[in-house]
Design a protein around this ligand. Structure first.
Ligand code: FCB
Length: 491
């Protein structure tokens, strides 16, 4: 795979397929040469089974604030947001939604919304300031208090161990491309599950490993802002090893704990019906959707590169694939939008995956310019359900950013989010009828929060947050979702 190493940045980006630079970048829509995709269809009314779990999701760095309190160390996101020019508007997560101090109010909101599950994450540098050594009791205490408040409100905690806030000290020691991180992460996973495994039964090891490795190490648009393609591919392998090892360590702490990962996934739709575009779409699916799932479930990398997986570049050693193996108890799906995929034709430049991907812009766009196209959600759920038969799925994130704010009566009328929810839940219901084993749906997000490199310029919440006063107001979509969560009845 010598050619791979020789690619320059532009060539690399154009070659990555579902892993392409268009993530979080919005090229104008392209006219399709081939067959047009089906129009969105309506499937409701649908009645969710009584045991179905409705919930909402957040992540530590996006809501907690208190970035240097109670012994917390610096994370790569503290470092990134404190560096001029990295986050839009110069925003930081120093205060965010101040949930570290207001968690009781936030749990009360969840209860008011009839949520049965809350997906939140633990900030690693709150537990180990430098990423190694003894646990910080104050950090653990915070998550104990939060969890106890949830259990008291009869809300299931679904805890993510890593939602991108690596201790900066570990980045200084090489970050995710450094193989030692697998052991560091496993130790952290052990500490946390030992301390909290008595009250939290459901765990996500990682949030969106594709996003934090590619955006963090290849594109440099997220922390730690590196753009080194070989390091990115190495990081993907270390993360796969870390996933397998942490899985075993957690099971050794308590075999009853249920463990998955929340994978970023998008429906990779061939731009035309040609065989080459269909094959390219399969490669895009391999790299973008299952690069961290297939090694766990099947002990192998999926076929994303026509010339073969760049094992040497990735630092894969004999026996590694056994380390990556982990029979996850559930598959977490974070779903936002579809991508259209075409094959790069010969002469269009060097290509490692031979894939060109772009965001479809046929449906309506959210205020973040992400396309609303619910049937693609159905397609993705069905595909994963076929490829990983027997393993339950949880939708760990799905949502949309609309900037609607309070009106003169203090209401937040966000009808577009209600329409979004109807469309996506409708297609999820359709997948369930067609035998997809989906047991939970978490809306992203419980409340407006710090949207990574976008700062506070996007609003994904069911609850509006006034960031000057920290006042929370349940949006009309929140009220709509609360009713659905109670009745299970999708009209
Ligand atoms: C996902 C992230 C989540 C949030 C949503 C909008 O990629 O997991 O933290 O930012 O996008």
């Amino acid at each position: 795979m010598g050619r791979w190493q020789d690619l320059n940045r532009r060539e690399f980006l154009s070659a990555l397929g579902a892993a392409a630079a268009s993530y979080y970048v919005f090229p104008p829509g392209r006219v399709l040469a081939g067959e047009l995709p089906q129009a969105p269809m309506k499937f409701a009314p649908f009645e969710f089974p009584p045991e179905f779990i409705f919930g909402a999701a957040t992540a530590a760095y996006q809501i907690e604030g208190a970035w240097n309190e109670d012994g917390k160390g610096e994370s790569i996101w503290d470092h990134f947001s404190h560096t001029a020019g990295k986050v839009k508007g110069g925003y930081t997560g120093d205060v965010a939604c101040d949930s570290y101090h207001r968690y009781k109010e936030d749990v009360a909101l969840l209860k008011q919304l009839n949520m049965k599950s809350y997906r939140f994450s633990i900030s690693w540098p709150r537990i180990q300031a430098d990423g190694t050594g003894k646990a910080n009791p104050k950090g653990l205490d915070y998550y104990k208090r939060l969890t106890d408040a949830l259990l008291e409100a009869k809300i299931r905690p679904l805890c993510t161990l890593y939602h991108w806030d690596l201790p900066q000290k570990l980045e200084d020691a090489g970050g995710w491309p450094n193989r030692d991180l697998a052991a560091r992460f496993t130790e952290y996973a052990e500490i946390v599950t030992r301390a909290l495994g008595d009250r939290i039964k459901h765990w996500c090891i990682f949030n969106e490993p594709w996003v934090f490795t590619f955006l963090g190490y290849a594109y440099g648009t997220h922390a730690p802002a590196r753009s080194n393609f070989g390091e990115c591919m190495r990081a993907t392998h270390v993360v796969n090893i870390a996933q397998g090892q942490a899985f075993r360590a957690i099971k050794a702490v308590n075999s009853k704990l249920e463990i998955g990962t929340a994978f970023s996934m998008s429906h990779c739709q061939p731009a035309t019906n040609s065989e080459s575009d269909r094959k390219a779409a399969d490669r895009a699916h391999a790299l973008g959707n299952v690069w961290f799932l297939q090694p766990a479930m099947k002990g192998e990398y999926p076929a994303a590169f026509p010339a073969g997986t760049p094992l040497e570049l990735m630092g894969v050693k004999p026996g590694d694939m056994e380390l990556c193996r982990a029979q996850l108890d559930f598959i977490g799906v974070n779903y936002y939008r579809r991508q259209l995929i075409s094959a790069i034709s010969p002469g269009e430049g060097e290509s490692a995956t031979g894939v060109h991907n772009y965001d479809a812009h046929e449906g309506p766009l959210t205020d973040f310019a992400w396309e609303v196209w619910p049937t693609a959600f159905y397609e993705l759920l069905m595909r994963i359900s076929h490829e990983y038969k027997g393993t339950p799925m949880e939708v760990t994130e799905n949502g949309c950013s609309y900037l609607d704010g309070p009106d003169d009566h203090g209401k937040v009328p966000d009808q577009r989010r209600i329409e979004f929810l109807k469309g996506y839940l409708d297609q999820m219901g359709r997948a369930m009828i067609h035998s997809a084993n989906i047991r939970a749906y978490h809306h992203w997000s419980l409340m407006d929060n710090f949207e990574w490199a976008e700062g506070f310029t996007q609003r994904f919440g069911l609850v509006y947050v006034d960031f000057r006063t920290q006042k929370r107001t349940i949006k009309e979509s929140g009220k709509w979702y609360a009713k659905l969560a109670e009745s299970g009845d999708l009209q």
